[in-house]
Write a protein that binds this ligand. Structure first.
Ligand SMILES: [Ca+2]
Ligand SMILES: [Ca+2]
Ligand SMILES: [Ca+2]
Length: 341
């Protein structure tokens, strides 16, 4: 009962599963960079479609108008592409909605590797839900979890070294982390609450997630080893599906605090303060994910520090582009970020 059965059933699923542990679309990772547009799902045109908006909620624009609908949008690390789930498989498109291409006939909730070469997703394999990985062109399929319990909500870490996911294998929904080849599956949360929808911070140091306590879901944040779990929301409605801003200062999420069944996209500071509604529409607006932008010219020093991995540096290409564009006086241009090293 997830995103692929239509928003009506999907929402019914959320309501029903809120009592069973809560289910919903995965936001995946936030890759570091400047804060670009926020992608989200809305049924305001009659079916689930993917929209983008500016970080302040302005400029809400439909990208898909897709016959198979579109849910669970996730930005690639370079901010150039969006992978999403249609009712009939996994798709990818450019950031402006062009070149919508189906990658697979089955699967849900894609999440990109940092280098853009692979996509992990929720697959149904032998009637069991698993986390699988494929090449970014849809070729190849490897079952990563291989566990008889339900596994989903894959979120690839910003440095590419880990995949977080949620599983019911230990009796209730918990968040786990594994290596990208499926080895080292390690439980991170250990709590009777339903813990799902992990979302890495862009520096890789925190995981935001949805925690369902007694049928009530809030956004929490914790260290990646599971310590320090702290609630960030406490509204009377559902608050879940967190996704970080690429600069790490904010978290966008989905809330019904304005009255179920009106789902809206919200944003808050990463400490939970300043919770602000971005959509204001009687239809369902859900499942936001934030576009990473390359370093603004002259603003490279403002990017978050690279978290340890040699693959996390934006480097020379951005610097060269900055110099070149600076010489042209084009201060508003953005250099395409590359993952070198
Ligand atoms: Ca499984
Ligand atoms: Ca739990
Ligand atoms: Ca709404």
């Amino acid at each position: 009962m997830r995103v692929y059965v239509g928003l009506g059933l999907f929402l019914t699923g959320i309501v029903a599963l809120a009592l069973l542990g809560g289910k919903g679309p995965s936001a995946g990772a936030a890759f570091p960079g400047g804060n670009g547009k926020i992608a989200f799902v809305s049924d305001r045109l009659g079916t689930d479609q993917i929209f983008v908006m500016n970080a302040d909620g302005s400029g809400q624009t439909n990208l898909t108008e897709h016959p198979a609908s579109g849910t669970a949008p996730v930005w690639s690390a370079d901010g150039a592409k969006i992978a999403f789930t249609g009712y009939d498989g996994i798709y990818v498109m450019n950031a402006d909605g062009s070149e919508q291409t189906k990658l697979r006939d089955t699967g849900y909730e894609p999440t990109w590797s940092a280098d853009g070469s692979r996509i992990a997703f929720h697959a149904t394999l032998n009637s069991n839900s698993e986390i699988a990985v494929m090449n970014a062109d849809g070729s190849g399929l490897t079952n990563l979890t291989n566990n008889p319990a339900a596994d989903h909500d894959a979120a690839w870490s910003p440095d590419g070294s880990k995949i977080a996911f949620s599983s019911s294998r230990d009796g209730n929904w918990e968040i786990y982390v594994m290596n990208p080849d499926g080895t080292g599956q390690t439980r991170v949360t250990n709590d009777p609450a339903g813990d799902e929808e992990p979302a890495w911070s862009p520096d890789g140091s925190k995981i935001a997630f949805s925690r369902n306590v007694g049928g009530h879901t809030d956004v929490y944040v914790m260290n990646t080893d599971g310590s320090g779990a702290t609630p960030l929301t406490s509204s009377a409605g559902f608050d879940g599906f967190p996704a970080w801003s690429p600069d790490g200062t904010k978290i966008t999420f989905t809330s019904t605090r304005d009255g179920f069944p009106n789902w809206e996209i919200y944003v808050m500071n990463a400490d939970g303060s300043g919770q602000t509604r971005l959509t204001d529409n009687p239809y369902s607006d859900i499942a936001s994910d934030w576009q990473p932008l390359a370093a603004p010219v002259g603003g490279i020093a403002e990017l978050p520090d690279a978290p340890g991995s040699s693959g996390q540096n934006y480097l020379a290409l951005a610097a060269l582009a900055a110099a070149a564009l600076g010489a042209l006086g084009a201060g508003a241009w953005y250099a395409r970020r590359r993952w070198l090293g």
